[in-house]
Structure formats: structure tokens, C-alpha cells
Design a protein around this ligand. Sequence first.
Ligand code: PLP
Length: 358
Amino acid sequence: MGPGPSNPYPEVIEAFTRPVMGHLDGEFLGLLDETCDRLRAVFRTGNALTFPVSGTGSAGMEAAFVNVISDGDTVVVGVNGVFGERMCDVAGRCGANVVRVDAEWGTPLDPQRILDAHPDPAVIAVVHAETSTGVRNDLAELGSAKGDALLLADCVTSLGGIDVRVDDWGVDIAYSGTQKCLGVPPGLAPISVSARAVERLHCRPSSWYFDMGMIANYVSGAGARAYHHTAPISMIYALHAGLGVVLDEGLEAAHARHRVCGETLQAGLEARGFTLLAPAGARLPQLTSVRVPEWRLPTNTSEADIRRTLLDCYGIEIGGGLGALAGKCWRIGCMGHTARTRNVTLVLAALDEVLASD
Ligand code: PLP
């Protein structure tokens, strides 16, 4: 959501104009090291193996699973939205015996049900911030009671927008994406891997491209860097710049900015009689799911028409519902550079103008 096209921070745009260095150039490797340090700061981790996977958030998901799952391993996956479903698909393709723990879309997962689902899973996997529903799932309880399992968390929509504490919460593999609360275009998947997960990485995973052992030789900073694949230089400049903006602002301040926007937007929607999908306490500030206010759709106007008008006339893009929620919900993102109260004011005012009065 935001006025006009969703431009990232000016510092990020400028990063794309930097001359492209060679991917083994010492200056570039220094910048890559600094990027990994900045990622450790936002993930709140000391994990040595923390780096940007070349690819979008889904590449992070794939890299996370393919490096630790062997044929027949049990993976317990919490599913309460599209991205939990995607985790099941990816884990299944890696040969896992997938044990699903479903919760109704729009409600948070119950950590105890996940912990009780299997006595000895290799991996427990959960989406921290379900972008398809606007629900936050708890990680800390899973981390403290996971036993021998690895805890794998999708932090694509949470990183930079709400607290993510990889070390404190005992998350073993966390991956994210650049285009959400980090305010950088899509193209990289920051990932962080704990020491105990590093011990369980396959020496020869079925994916060559996402072989973390091989990639570690390139990104690890120590000793000679071995070529693995050509790093997407300009994207790494951009991530470096975007993380710089977040850390200059301060992680707490960035979270507070997202929180204020989310709370203001959600209060504004409720004041208009709209129904939020997620229950209080599990709502993401950066992604608000609201049921389409059918009674306020003008005659012969669909919810998709309203979204189209918002985009064409106000430069505001809001998402439609996904899966079973298609046509029933709107998803309003307030992430990264777009998380500004002026954007909240604008979207509420625009809704008032395009919807029929009560
Ligand atoms: N996980 C979550 C929670 C997401 O919201 C998304 C994308 O929106 C993904 C994974 C996949 O990321 P990408 O579309 O960047 O591949």
C-alpha cells in the first residue's frame, strides 16, 4: 500500500545505480560480509551461517528444506494459510513424511498441537507471519520445547516489521525475503542457520544450486572464497542499503512504526464496522486482512472493481483474498517504506470515497 508506485527507500534506488563490481572483487566481498553482519543484527542472531540466498523468498524456503530433509524424515508443518501449504509441498518434494497440523485460516496455530503431533520429528516448520491471512504464529514456545527437532521458520513477512529473535527463540533455520518489511525489491532470501542445524546439513543435497555447504565456502568470509554461482551484485548492494536504513532507524523504531500503522489502520477499519479476519493478539501490523464489507459495495461493483479503482485513481494497491478467502477478504500491506501513518490516512479516506456510504 502506498501512494504511487511502490518505490523503495531512496538509498535502495541509489544502490542500483552503483557500478557493478566482479563477484570475487575484494571490495564487493567486503560489502557482502557487511550485508551478512547487518542480517545477523536484524535476525538478532550470532549464527555464522547467515547470508542472502540468491532468489526470492521461496528460494529461501526451498534452501531451508532441501539441506536438512532426507527421504522419509518426518516434518511437522503448521498450516493456517497459503505459505504453510507451500511448506508442505516443498517438504514433500524433498521426500519428507509431512505431518500437517491445520488451523482455520485467520486463526493462529496452537504450538502445543504442533508439539504433540509427532514424538520425534526431524523438523518442525511454521510460518511466523502468514501473509495470506495477517496472522502471527508463535515461535518462542516451539523453540523452547522442540526437543531434538530443528525449528524452521518462514520470516518472509515478519523480518524488519515485528520482532524476530532467532537466538532467543531457538529458531534453527529462518529465512526471509527482501520485498516485505525490509523495503527492498524482490530477489534475495536472507537466511540464518544455527550451529546445530549446520551439523545436520547434507553434504550432498539433491539441489546443487541451494547446497548450503558449497555456498558457505563463498559467503563465509574466512579464507579464500570459492566460486559457487555469480552473486546478484546489484541486489546485494540494494539489500545492504535497505538494511542500513532499517538499522539506522533502529530495529525497535522500525517495529514501532509498523505497529502504529497497523493499529491505526485496524482501528480505522473497525470504526467503520468492518470485520478483521485475525483475532486481537495475533494480528500482524504489517498485513491486515479484513472481510470485504459487502454492504458497502456500490451497486454492480465487485470487490475487485474497488481494488482496481484504488489502484487506478489513488495509487493504492491492496491485495485480494487468497485460496478459500478469494473474493471474501482484502489484504492491506503496510510494510517497510510504505509503513507511514499518512498512507493509513490515505487508504481509509480512499475507501470512504469509493465505497457506498453506510
Ligand atoms: N512466505 C511468505 C510468508 C510469503 O509472504 C511469501 C511471499 O509473499 C513467500 C514465502 C514466498 O516469497 P516469494 O514470493 O518472494 O518467493
